[in-house]
Unconditional design. Structure first.
Length: 451
């Protein structure tokens, strides 16, 4: 089984993901990424390659980040330890100081017992599959074992947070004065930096989910648990709420009435704003096949083209980089603004969403009305042969469903990449119709693809 998944190496800490694996992975990364042209230029100048290491606050991150730093330093790489910071902060810092690469220790929205290791190349960009494969291959090969003055040093990255905050504030087209926001930091990596940044931008801030103890990350809070945030927005009479996930690369919101504003709606708001300001390159938005049909209709009505990719922010990034596009993302709240970030950034997204509210003097509900969300039903059909998702009987059922929906909805079947599972998604203007068609298709999948 491949070591790398869709977002780095992830698993139960001290289960599959041990300190030994973290150290070995760091050593292999140093072999692959610590010997490029920039690293060789540093060595020629009498310097060592440099890497940024950061983590979220889960307790296992302490020993895993220490193991990563030890593996890098033992391979002749200088380590700047940024401590607890969001994943997008780590990515930004790599580019900001021109480090050779960086490592983020986090399992994002997963529960506290899990953890993960995400590796970024020079410039703070995610690794392509080919480079991940080279790192996996290097695990079994010889390690770099310098001695004496050639071993790496581990130092505290003292101004890491300040650099990131300044970067975020400088990106804003409009201050947030007069707006009251409730921030849910998921007891995660944003707990320290997010409230400070929104206050510095001019907002009045009420904070929840900002008391990490190493065990409570994502526990009933954050972008995967929005009920508490919605209730607090109503209690505080705030203008909106913003929720991060554990490593703060996502942003979801709730409006003043407690209604959820998902990633598709956030992208719709930002896309129209960026088009109006002349910064939406080629008037194009990049989204995944799971984005709501309402997003496509709203963008078409505003003269904005939508390019679709496979599910996963890495695929969105690949399309954005290939075409030089400025905005992309996922319904889940991974929103990428490529003028300011190389990955999804929940703080950046939330700041720019509020900046548009302040610029127009309109509520979040008013801005979100640019898009009508179509009812969407998703059924995970388990214990079926995902490799036969193109079965003729299934294809006939899909064709019949599409004919019934016409232009008022759509159907999507996706095989899981890791489980014997097929996802059936149906959108329609009518919620009951969407549920009925989804149930019918799920039954066909169960019968035709039974193991």
């Amino acid at each position: 089984m491949a070591l790398f998944g869709t977002d780095g190496v992830r698993g139960l800490a001290n289960g599959p993901l041990t300190a030994d694996l973290a150290l070995s992975l760091a050593q292999a990364t140093a072999v692959v990424l610590g010997q490029g042209r920039s690293a060789e230029a540093r060595r020629a100048a009498g310097k060592r390659p440099t890497a940024v290491v950061a983590r979220d606050p889960r307790i296992s991150g302490e020993f895993l980040a220490a193991a990563v730093a030890a593996g890098l330093a033992s391979s002749g790489v200088d380590v700047l330890d940024a401590g607890v910071l969001p994943t997008p902060a780590a990515a930004f810092l790599i580019g900001d100081i021109d480090a050779d690469f960086g490592v983020m220790v986090s399992a994002s929205h997963n529960p506290a017992p899990d953890n993960g290791i995400k590796i970024f190349a020079r410039g703070g960009v995610k690794l392509p599959d080919a480079v991940e494969q080279r790192i996996e291959f290097a695990l079994a090969g010889p390690k770099l074992q310098p001695t004496g003055a050639a071993v790496g040093r581990i130092r505290r990255f003292a101004d890491a947070e300040d650099r990131y905050v300044v970067h975020l504030l400088q990106s804003l087209p409009h201050r947030l004065d007069g707006l009251h926001v409730v921030l849910d930091c998921a007891h995660g990596a944003a707990a320290g930096v997010s409230p400070e940044t929104f206050r510095d931008a001019g907002a009045r801030v009420t904070v929840i989910g900002a008391d990490p103890d190493g065990l409570n990350i994502n526990d009933g809070v954050g972008s995967t648990h929005l009920d508490h945030l919605a209730a607090e927005v109503l209690r505080a009479g705030a203008d909106l709420g913003i929720a991060h996930d554990g490593d703060a690369d996502r942003c979801l919101a709730v409006d003043a009435a407690g209604r959820v504003i998902d990633g598709d709606q956030i992208m719709a708001i930002l896309a129209v704003s960026m088009r109006d300001r002349g910064v939406l390159r080629d008037d194009t938005l990049v989204a995944t096949v799971m984005s709501n049909l309402g997003l496509h209709r709203a963008m078409a009505a505003n003269g904005i083209r939508v390019l679709q990719t496979a599910v996963g922010d890495r695929y969105v990034l690949e399309e954005m980089n290939a075409g030089g596009y400025a905005l992309g993302g996922e319904q889940s709240g991974h929103v990428i603004m490529s003028d300011f970030a190389t990955t999804g950034d929940g703080l950046l997204t939330g700041l720019h969403l509020m900046s548009e509210m302040a610029r127009q003097g309109r509520s979040l509900a008013e801005l979100a009305s640019v898009m009508t969300v179509f009812p969407q039903v998703l059924i995970n059909v388990k214990d079926v042969d995902r490799t036969r998702v193109a079965d003729p009987g299934v294809a006939d059922a899909v064709a019949a469903a599409e004919a019934e929906l016409g232009s008022s909805g759509r159907v999507l079947l996706r095989a899981s990449g890791t489980e014997q599972l097929v996802r059936v998604m149906v959108e329609a203007e009518d919620a009951e119709q969407a549920q009925r068609i989804a149930d019918r298709l799920a039954e066909v999948v169960r019968e035709r693809l039974a193991l």
